[in-house]
Ligand binder design. Structure first.
Ligand SMILES: [Zn+2]
Length: 293
């Protein structure tokens, strides 16, 4: 039984979507979770608010296919305004209309990065008592650089100090584009211990620069692991100083690559706290189990 689903960004490939408002596609992507009554949260990736990219072949003798602009209810005026991509705030505004979404807007001063927030996993005995904190950060891309800014790092520092000053409660971190630290632990050819995983078919495509978030995370004993998406051909977890750097597994039917689809599962136990993860493939096969706490 799944208690919660986390969408780690690139929910949609907006650069392939020829409409003014991509929220309909976002809704479709989220719908399997929503239809099962499972709560979820999301962060943005680099494709979610990307502008439409005109395919080169449309400029051959085949010509540009007939373009459908949604007639009403959108901000586009005329055909030229139709394909600018749907901004992060607008995509999120639409998502959180749905019952079951735990996504929220981050502080306004962190924009254009939007999905910066924290969720509390509570003890089963006491809803007030935190068992873990899940931090979500927007690693950029699409409409602005692929980066976690120093302002976001400062936000994390203040927030974690405020709600978990003694680092007693474990913290788990989620964003879309791997930090440059992933490059330093990436398996060379085959995935060997202490790394755990099943595919290593690409180079790490990391953020453009490191602005301080990693330094904060490795120096907090309560931070157990970071989970990212972005590279569809990688699904490993590797230790990095005192924490784990993990990839998820390409789950959706969009995006590049035809590696078999799966999802990374996280299992948290209470008394004592433990964090375990593995990958469950679309056909139900499970592999790459590892303890992260
Ligand atoms: Zn991506």
């Amino acid at each position: 039984m799944t208690d919660f689903v986390i969408y780690l960004g690139d929910v949609i490939t907006a650069n392939n979507i020829m409409v003014a408002n991509a929220s309909l596609y976002w809704d479709q992507a989220i719908s399997p979770t929503q239809n099962r009554g499972i709560p979820w949260a999301s962060v943005f990736g680099n494709h979610d608010d990307a502008p439409f990219e005109w395919p080169l072949e449309w400029f051959s003798t085949l010509g540009i296919p007939q373009i459908r602009c949604p007639p009403t209810g959108t901000f586009c005026s005329g055909e030229e305004g139709c394909f600018k991509g749907t901004g992060r705030p607008e995509l999120l505004k639409n998502e959180i209309k749905h019952n079951g979404s735990f996504s929220t807007y981050g502080p306004r001063n962190l924009w254009p990065s939007v999905s910066n927030y924290v969720l509390q996993v509570s003890s089963s005995d006491d809803p007030q008592l935190p068992l873990a904190f899940l931090y979500f950060l927007d690693s950029g891309g699409g409409s602005y650089p692929e980066i976690i800014s120093s302002a976001q790092a400062e936000w994390f520092q203040q927030k974690s100090k405020q709600i978990n000053s003694d680092s007693r409660v474990p913290e788990i971190i989620f964003w879309h584009i791997p930090s440059t630290a992933y490059k330093t632990v990436a398996p060379k050819l085959t995935i060997q211990k202490p790394c755990v995983g099943s595919i290593n078919k690409e180079s790490v495509a990391s953020q453009e620069a490191e602005m301080g978030i990693m330094n904060l995370l490795v120096n907090r004993t309560s931070v157990k692991a970071i989970f990212v998406g972005h590279n569809h051909g990688l699904d490993w977890c590797c230790p990095y100083q005192k924490l784990w750097l993990c990839y998820a597994r390409h789950t959706g039917y969009g995006g590049y690559g035809d590696w078999p689809r799966g999802a990374r599962i996280l299992e948290i136990t209470e008394n004592p706290f433990s964090l375990k993860t593995w990958i469950r493939m679309e056909d139900g096969q499970m592999h790459s189990e590892v303890g992260l706490s």
